[in-house]
Design a protein around this ligand. Structure first.
Ligand SMILES: Cc1ncc(COP(=O)(O)O)c(C=O)c1O
Length: 424
């Protein structure tokens, strides 16, 4: 079947034809290509088109598609172990990898998605502190857990209102919304609610309003506000973990979160999530402590095998991160130069192998309000142009572009070539 036939028929059986909304390409708007296979930096659709993939499954495929070692690990494991719902040595191996890599993770609990990781981390923080309120930042995304689905309307920035139908107001009444990269805003919220705040959850490098790296002083400030008030600091490194650096964003900033959440890369492309932190915090989890969290599929052997193969390869090849940085810098510079020459107003934000091009007249994009000012119809035009040239990027102004280690300088040249023929 052809792309359009599959997508149109999918709409009869799946809401919007998809299993996750952004895949529907509604904002660009186009029918999405239906992906048949991927190898290395490239993906191929059912019509036989080839694309250079800059989505990388929204981050996990840092080694590129169907990396030989990851495929072998999955195949070999599947001969003997698909699912037991019981303890395996593979779980221990992955947990040890993460705990010995990240200074701030002494113990780890595996789950099945980033959403599960962040919602469980918040529950754990609430269980540890006996408090209910959390602070999340406008424009940060932590998955589809009700408590996080708060839209930050300008007039109600600090008061939670539901951002999705089906979320009871009660679910978000404990969610306080703060402005990203604005410490004084967080301080004000703490002045009023400090004693009730269990945790601040933050993407240290925000990747869900485009890419906006946190200011070092902002993130350091969050650490000291939490210390002062007895609240926990949760770094959501679902996207940035093992991507912006092997040891995550926390290693770049030199900040110690109390709890860190992971997903994406840690599962090597299979469904996965995890959260970890200091021993005394993690031991509050059932069966050791009173915070109940469980999962039939958690620590699944195939996922563990894919995760171990991925982390091991990243660990054994530290030059990968230098390669990603080199390509990222080339792309950033190239886009800036081309945009300037063509008179297109853009801001490029980047942290290592994740970056975003914002179509905006502003000189910087530092928070959700800045990001919202971008010209989304111009983005749609740019997107349509890029995909017609075989450059597969996320179909939204508010998503990140990802690099993987199989991308070459030639791939970056092709991206830049395509961008240089974009007419506003
Ligand atoms: C920072 C962050 N946290 C949490 C999530 C939710 O992860 P998942 O889609 O695996 O539930 C995402 C998803 O993109 C994310 O980027």
């Amino acid at each position: 079947m052809r792309n359009d036939d599959i997508f149109n028929e999918s709409k009869l059986y799946m809401p919007g034809g998809v299993n996750s909304p952004v895949r529907a390409f509604k904002d660009v708007p186009l029918n999405p290509p239906v992906i048949k296979r991927g190898k290395g930096a490239y993906i191929y659709d059912e019509d036989g088109n080839k694309y250079i993939d800059f989505v990388c499954s929204w981050g996990p495929m840092i080694l590129g598609h169907c990396d030989d070692d990851v495929v072998k690990a999955i195949k070999d494991t599947s001969e003997n172990a698909i699912s037991f719902g019981a303890t395996t040595e593979l779980e221990l191996e992955l947990a040890k990898y993460v705990c010995t890599t990240l200074d701030n993770v002494e113990m780890l609990r595996m789950v099945n998605s980033g959403t599960e990781a962040t919602m469980s981390a918040v529950k754990l923080a609430r269980g540890c502190t006996g408090r209910n309120k959390i602070i999340k930042f406008a424009g940060c995304y932590h998955g589809h857990f009700d408590d996080f689905l708060v839209e930050a309307g300008s007039g109600v920035m600090t008061e939670g209102i539901p951002g999705s139908a089906g979320v009871p107001e009660d679910s978000v009444k404990n969610t306080l919304i703060a402005k990203y990269n604005d410490l004084s805003n967080v301080e004000k919220i703490f002045e009023k609610h400090g004693k009730d705040i269990a945790a601040i959850i933050v993407e240290p490098v925000a990747g869900n309003m485009g890419v906006i790296p946190g200011d070092a002083n902002f993130l350091k400030g969050l650490r000291s506000i939490c210390d002062k008030n007895g609240s926990l600091l949760i770094f959501d490194e679902v996207m940035s973990g093992f991507r912006v650096a092997y040891k995550g964003a926390q290693s770049i900033y030199g900040i110690k979160p109390d709890i860190t959440t992971f997903a994406k890369i840690i599962g090597g492309g299979l469904p996965c999530g995890a959260y970890g932190g200091r021993k005394e915090i993690m031991e509050k989890l059932s069966p050791m402590g009173p915070v109940y969290q469980a999962g039939t599929m958690s620590g699944n052997p195939l996922v563990m095998a894919a995760g171990i193969a991925t982390l091991k390869k990243l660990h054994d090849n530290p030059d990968y991160y230098a390669h990603l940085e080199k390509l990222g810098a080339k792309l950033e510079q190239g886009i800036g130069d081309i945009a300037k020459k063509k008179g297109i107003n853009v801001v490029v934000n980047r942290c290592g192998a994740m970056f975003a091009i914002f179509f905006t007249k502003d000189s910087e994009v530092r928070n959700y309000e800045d990001a919202k000012k971008c010209d989304t119809s111009l983005f749609a035009k740019y997107f349509q142009h890029m995909i017609s040239k075989g450059i597969y990027i996320a179909p939204s102004q508010f998503e990140a572009i990802f690099l993987n280690v199989k991308h070459t300088e030639e791939d970056i040249d092709k991206f830049l070539e395509a961008f240089s023929t974009f007419e506003v």
